[in-house]
Write a protein that binds this ligand. Structure first.
Ligand SMILES: [Zn+2]
Length: 135
């Protein structure tokens, strides 16, 4: 699997962990194709992935998504730019951890970025304040 491919799901093995029952264990994966665009691929999730266009969900399997677009996985909605921000952080941390592991000749441990649902309904990285409602 290429280093820049990121999985999303409720399983701790996912790179981006969303602990919500409506999200499949490995729900989807994506690669960054530019600074503000991803190539998203649903991994035959139970509840599907949707692009929200004019408040109407359109089911997607493989799709290019821009940063200003909104994605729904199961019951969880996320703005693509928030996903990109988390992905960048995760990739930087993974690269640093890989360099450390190589230096000390240790295996690279898997770490997820955990995204939780905020009271306002959006998702945010666990431990950070929500940029939509401030909680
Ligand atoms: Zn919020």
């Amino acid at each position: 699997m290429p280093q820049d491919r990121l999985t999303i799901g409720r399983d701790p093995a996912a790179d981006i962990l969303i602990p919500e029952p409506s999200v499949s264990r490995i729900h989807a994966e994506f690669v960054m194709i530019s600074a503000d665009e991803i190539l998203f691929q649903d991994r035959q999730s139970s509840n599907g992935s949707y692009l929200i266009e004019n408040n109407a969900p359109v089911r997607i399997t493989q799709h290019r998504l821009r940063s200003d677009e909104k994605l729904r996985m199961g019951n969880v909605e996320v703005v693509v730019k928030d996903l990109i921000a988390v992905a960048r952080k995760h990739l930087a941390e993974r690269a640093a951890a890989a360099a450390q592991a190589a230096q000390h000749q240790k295996p690279l441990e898997h770490r997820s970025v955990r995204m939780i649902r905020c009271q306002c309904g959006s998702v945010k990285e666990d431990g950070t304040s929500c940029k939509y409602c401030g909680r």
